[in-house]
Ligand binder design. Structure first.
Ligand code: PEP
Ligand code: MG
Length: 756
């Protein structure tokens, strides 16, 4: 430890004691704050220390300062994102700036007299993931704030959270806006609809004791509660309804493993020892660190791991605070609102009461989404600002299919959603009745509708949807939720279960698409700058042939006596496909040589996800039985727009002229070479996009089971010949807005693209 480091930690401990004494002493909160800024400025050797508090109208107000002009207190305000202080609030992470007046975000506030100060360190004051305020220190000279100084100020900010959140610092009454209806656009993680009042997750977690007198006793208290928590997780996993969850259970098993993570517990114990924090405050401190890391990591899988840790922190806090029994005072029905949530937390709320979940963060691969799917609970993720804009008890409409949550809607609006909800249930009943109806267009063209799946729990839905089969089985999902690489026998057993789950339908197995954002927990891979374009999918399969060969062997064994359909992901070059096919042939020969029963037939395909393959189709087609277009990856590389980046998700239209031209060309070349072609990316699952695909020449689509009915309804109301002619014209004329053109067509010719 450097001298500076130990000094700074020592300083922080001393300061914490002074702050604690100050907060316990007599006087108003304002008096305390005035003293506190003095103490902090002194300890940090800073000329200025200021505290800003976030008001209910989401404006930061300067409430105390040492060093800036006193008359600015309660006058200077900044919106989120405004000024360096506003930026810290917006990003919810610390920010150190050595040349503040020249920082692009510097906001000139003459009343504060802050222009001469060159350096600034701002740290958010957080509680339960919400920014309550900002604490900022400033220095006249250029100063490089060290990492341990940032950490020390963060610890101070934690202690201050208590004072800052107290009622008499709230300067503004509820504004009228706070009662107005609102709407946030998010991302559907699990489809469905729910109308119910909001319950804020973690509402019960209020930490009133931030520091401790005896760190050793506090660490013992922590360990006792960790043991208790582990016991309760074990109990939860033994409960029968969870035991029946199948693969989702494995997600939870991974979570159990996290609960035993020594590094995590060690970090919390260190925070108790180094800063005299209470166990609760130390857990929260570790939790804030995790959240900070989450905000900096784009890899969805790693984010998911960190979300599990966040979930565990909440659980541990519940134990420490004695508030583990969540069920007590919940309303009859409710929608849960949280920053992020782990699968185990969702199960805590499970039962008839929980109707939906709205998350400030969360990705489609989130474990909570996988578990919610099994429980049929709609989940809407990436709802920026939801924690601030929703209050406990507000009525919410979670319309996950349309990626939106309505907050405090007018009663009439809520009612119409309720009745549409009833209508939808009825619709599902009708769908089951309709499931035998053939997906044939009005002019008699039979379309093959298939499902995408990746978990055993998806399979009953495949059957119920009336689909022809599974057009894409993502085999990597079971690999991702296990704690070690499954062996050949275990894999073969799983593939057999898949076959029996779909009864006699066709299943197209995609070989492992790991790497990129799909990390295997037990396999350490070097970090890459651009993982989506890195060492992933077939590239790994060919560089580590043992892995791919084992999987192929397991697939061959599982398909003994029936058809085996296999496709390789992310093929960018004919040579890759041929090398992968050679491995399959090697394994078939091997199996035959030892007298194993072989599949009765073989269908081999490639996924088209990399644009380079579009211009090798004439060469690759003679080697293919089928081609499957992974439009999710294909379009991300086509537009150079990260598919996981929410800022870009609405920037380029899937139905743009360039995409349609490419897709028509692919369909044409495949048809002329007699190769079956399917689209299995997200595009195929929306009725309008699916209509564009059919009109572009596709006759086979694959989508999540719940979308089959909507696409089938479109198919059965479509006259394919006129739609194809119509699209031909749009393309010939170079129409910019193909989407609008096709919507107009559907309306005029009565094609049902409403999804109902
Ligand atoms: C795709 O890229 O469109 C696809 C179906 O594969 P995944 O979404 O699993 O990457
Ligand atoms: Mg893909």
């Amino acid at each position: 430890m450097t001298e500076r480091h130990s000094e700074s930690l020592g300083g922080s401990r001393r300061l914490l004691k002074l702050l604690r004494d100050q907060m316990k002493g007599k006087g108003s909160n304002q008096d305390h704050l005035n003293q506190i800024v003095e103490l902090i400025a002194q300890d940090f050797e800073a000329e200025v220390c200021s505290i800003y508090v976030m008001r209910k109208d989401q404006v930061l107000e300067l409430v105390a300062t040492k060093g800036l002009k006193r008359e600015a207190v309660h006058k200077t305000t900044l919106r989120k994102g405004e000024g360096i202080v506003g930026l810290v609030a917006e990003q919810a992470i610390p920010l150190a700036v050595t040349d503040a007046p020249h920082h692009p975000n510097f906001a000139f506030r003459p009343e504060t007299g802050e222009e001469p100060y060159q350096s600034m360190l701002g740290v958010p004051i957080m509680r339960n993931g919400q920014v309550l305020g900002i604490i900022a220190v400033q220095n006249l000279l250029h100063r490089q704030y060290e990492e341990d100084e940032v950490e020390a100020l963060e610890t101070v900010a934690m202690v201050l959270a208590e004072l800052v959140s107290s009622e008499d610092l709230v300067f503004q009454e509820d504004s009228e806006d706070a009662n107005k209806p609102d709407r946030i656009v998010g991302l559907c993680l699990t489809s469905g609809l729910a109308v119910a009042p909001a319950v804020m997750h973690n509402r019960g977690i209020v930490i009133s004791r931030m520091t401790c007198e005896d760190p050793d006793a506090e660490v013992n208290r922590l360990l006792k509660n960790v043991t208790e928590m582990r016991g309760s997780i074990d109990d939860m996993l033994e409960r029968t309804e969870i035991a029946a969850l199948g693969e989702q259970r494995e997600v939870l098993e991974t979570y159990r493993m996290f609960a035993a993570d020594r590094g995590w517990i060690g970090r919390i114990a260190d925070a108790i020892r180094n800063h005299n924090l209470s166990a609760e405050a130390a857990v929260q401190r570790a939790q804030e660190d995790t959240r900070k890391r989450m905000s900096q990591i784009s890899d969805p899988y790693l984010r998911e791991r960190l979300a599990d840790l966040d979930d565990l922190s909440n659980r541990l806090l519940g134990h420490l605070l004695g508030s583990v029994h969540l069920e007590k005072d919940l309303p009859e029905q409710f929608v849960l609102v949280a920053r992020t949530m782990g699968p185990a937390e969702l199960l805590d709320y499970k039962g008839k009461k929980l109707r939906g979940v709205v998350l400030e963060e969360g990705s489609p691969t989130a474990h909570v989404a996988l578990v919610a799917q099994a429980l049929e609970i709609p989940v809407l993720g990436q709802c920026r600002g939801v924690l601030e804009r929703v209050r406990e008890g507000d009525v919410l409409v979670v319309d996950a299919e349309h990626d939106q949550v309505l907050i405090r809607p007018a009663e009439a609006v809520a009612e119409s959603f309720r009745s549409s909800f009833k209508g939808r249930r009825q619709r599902w009943a009708e769908i089951s009745a309709e499931r035998e109806l053939p997906p044939v267009t009005k002019d008699g063209c039979r379309i093959s509708l298939n499902c995408n799946a990746g978990l055993l729990v998806d399979l009953p839905n495949v059957v119920n949807s009336g689909a022809d089969g599974v057009g894409l089985y993502r085999t990597e999902v079971p690999f991702m939720v296990r704690q070690s690489l499954p062996g050949i026998g275990e894999q073969a057993e799983l593939y057999r279960k898949i076959y029996s789950g779909v009864e006699d339908r066709r299943v197209v197995f995609r070989t492992l698409d790991v790497g990129g954002d799909k990390v295997l927990p037990y396999w350490s891979m070097a970090a890459e700058e651009n993982p989506a374009m890195g060492w992933r999918a077939i590239r790994i399969g060919l560089d580590r042939p043992a892995l791919l060969r084992q999987q192929l062997r397991a697939l061959i064994r599982a398909s003994a006596g029936r058809e085996l359909s296999v496709m390789f992901p992310m093929v960018a070059d004919l040579s890759e496909y041929r090398a992968a096919r050679d491995l399959l042939e090697f394994e078939l020969n091997r199996e035959a040589s030892i007298g194993g029963e072989l599949p009765v037939s073989l269908r081999l395909g490639a996924m088209l996800e990399v644009p380079s393959l579009v211009w090798q189709l004439p060469e690759i087609c003679p080697h293919l039985d089928f081609l499957s277009i992974g439009s999710n990856d294909l379009l991300q590389f086509f537009f150079a727009a990260d598919r996981g980046n929410t800022h870009l998700s609405r920037r380029y239209d899937t139905l743009s002229l360039s995409v349609i031209r490419m897709l028509r060309q692919i369909a044409r070349v495949c048809h002329s070479n007699g190769v079956d072609v399917t689209v299995c990316g997200d595009m195929a699952s929306h009725p309008l996009e699916a209509m564009a695909l059919l009109a572009s020449g596709y006759r086979s689509l694959s989508m999540p089971p719940l979308q089959v009915a909507a696409v089938k309804t479109m198919v059965r109301t479509l006259d394919l010949e006129t739609a194809s002619d119509f699209l031909d014209n749009l393309v010939l004329e170079g129409t910019a807005d193909i989407r609008a053109g096709l919507e107009g067509y559907a309306e005029r010719f009565g094609v049902n693209i409403s999804g109902r």
